[in-house]
Design a protein around this ligand. Structure first.
Ligand SMILES: *Cc1c(COP(=O)(O)O)cnc(C)c1O
Length: 394
């Protein structure tokens, strides 16, 4: 049976190439963790885990234990890290699926420790990464609570402090002030960890933005100072999109500019014209008739709406691509449909392929184009693409 034509094409080769290129930007001794959380930013975990592994990824980051189990089913050997926080009662699944948890609350350590003892695990056999709240106030232990956490890694504990993690919350701000504050905070945390006689392997810090800016060098220096290896966690760049730096009218770092020309978009979102109609001058289009035709128009109906992840705010202010040309969205985006104006585009026929996000001929509609028009960021554009949109490897 023909299915409703609304799909995304995932170029797994592009993901592989992007991973290899980003690896080449990683400071010496550094490692990349492929961030494949939230169903690989909507790109499909099932397609992206194998691609990341083929490209040489040894670490994968996912949101939850559920995603971790799905990732584990796709790869036997890579380290799979749950970065979104674990819930009491998940210790057993962490162990059974060989997942690595990012933890910062004593109750999370309690849960892991109990599960590890129940599984008969010996001393230092369950690796965890302790997250530090170096300024974002979202998750992580602060310096005040760190001491009590460190005491949990006694020699007879099954827990091993494998890494120290934090998240830079404003690495895209070109002045770098927040980075400096956070690095200073991390320096203090690492100092205390060393004083406690603990020697974790990994300094797990920095996303795409850090990787394509000068701060990656500072992170590598900090790791080296404490005898650790640097782990960077790119997400968006892996999918071929380089985050923009702030201020928006300021220059981007040279590394980010170079990365922009090298990285390839992994995802293209497509649909097809399922019907065409001619309307006379004076007809209105869509809910509330927000578009009034001032002359006769030809309209194409697309089976893709806000329930598929097209932002409703794009109505009357965006375009998709038909026959290599821009077709403006006419009227509001509906739940399951969008109408585009093809009056100026010759020979449009039912069945024509339409690009919602991606390239057709000489024209491109990027994730940043969607984000700018909808007042959001590319991360949200990708992760809003709904579950009923088929993901197809190409
Ligand atoms: C999502 C996420 C990343 C990846 O961020 P990008 O900006 O997409 O590279 C890295 N670290 C943490 C903790 C995250 O939540």
């Amino acid at each position: 049976m023909q299915t409703r034509p609304c799909w995304v094409e995932i170029r797994t080769q592009a993901l592989e190439d992007n991973f290899r290129y980003l690896s080449s930007l990683t400071p010496a001794d550094g490692e990349l963790m492929a961030v494949l959380k939230a169903d690989a930013y909507g790109h499909s975990l099932a397609l992206c885990v194998p691609a990341a592994i083929r490209a040489g990824a040894r670490w994968i980051a996912v949101t939850s234990v559920e995603e971790g189990m799905a990732a584990r089913a796709l790869c036997a050997d890579a380290r799979v890290m749950v970065i979104g926080g674990i819930i009491p009662g998940q210790g057993e699944a962490i162990i059974a699926n060989h997942l690595t948890a990012a933890v910062w609350e004593p109750f999370q350590l309690d849960d892991l420790e109990t599960a590890a003892r129940a599984a008969g695990m010996g001393p230092s056999s369950l690796a965890v990464h302790v997250e530090i709240d170096s300024g974002m106030s979202r998750q992580g232990a602060n310096l005040e609570h760190l001491q009590a956490l460190l005491a949990r890694f006694a020699p007879d504990s099954p827990l091993r402090l494998d890494g120290v993690m934090t998240h830079l919350f404003a690495a895209d701000e070109s002045d770098g002030q927040a980075n400096q504050f956070q690095l200073q905070y991390m320096r203090q945390a690492l100092h205390r960890i060393e004083d406690a006689g603990l020697y974790p392997d990994w300094l797990n810090i920095g996303s795409s933005t850090a990787l394509v800016s000068a701060v990656s060098g500072e992170l590598a220096a900090l790791a080296a100072q404490y005898g650790m290896k640097l782990m960077l966690r790119p997400g968006l760049a892996l999918y071929g999109v380089v985050p923009r730096f702030l201020p928006e009218d300021g220059p981007n770092p040279a590394l980010a500019v170079a990365a922009h020309s090298r990285l390839e978009p992994v995802l293209a979102w497509k649909t097809r014209v399922i019907d065409l109609r001619q309307i006379p001058a004076g007809a209105v289009i869509g809910y509330n008739g927000t578009f009034v035709a001032t002359e006769p128009m030809r309209l194409a109906l697309l089976p893709a709406g806000y329930a598929d992840g097209i932002f409703r705010s794009l109505g009357n202010r965006f375009h998709f691509l038909v026959r290599g040309q821009r077709a403006p969205l006419a009227g509001r985006v509906s739940m399951d449909h969008t109408v585009v104006d093809v009056t100026e585009i010759a020979d449009v026929a039912v069945g024509d392929e339409v690009v919602i996000l991606g390239t057709q001929g000489e024209e491109t509609v990027s994730a940043y184009d969607h984000a700018d028009a909808a007042g959001t960021i590319p991360w949200e554009v990708f992760t809003r693409i709904g579950p009923r949109v088929h993901r197809v490897a190409v």
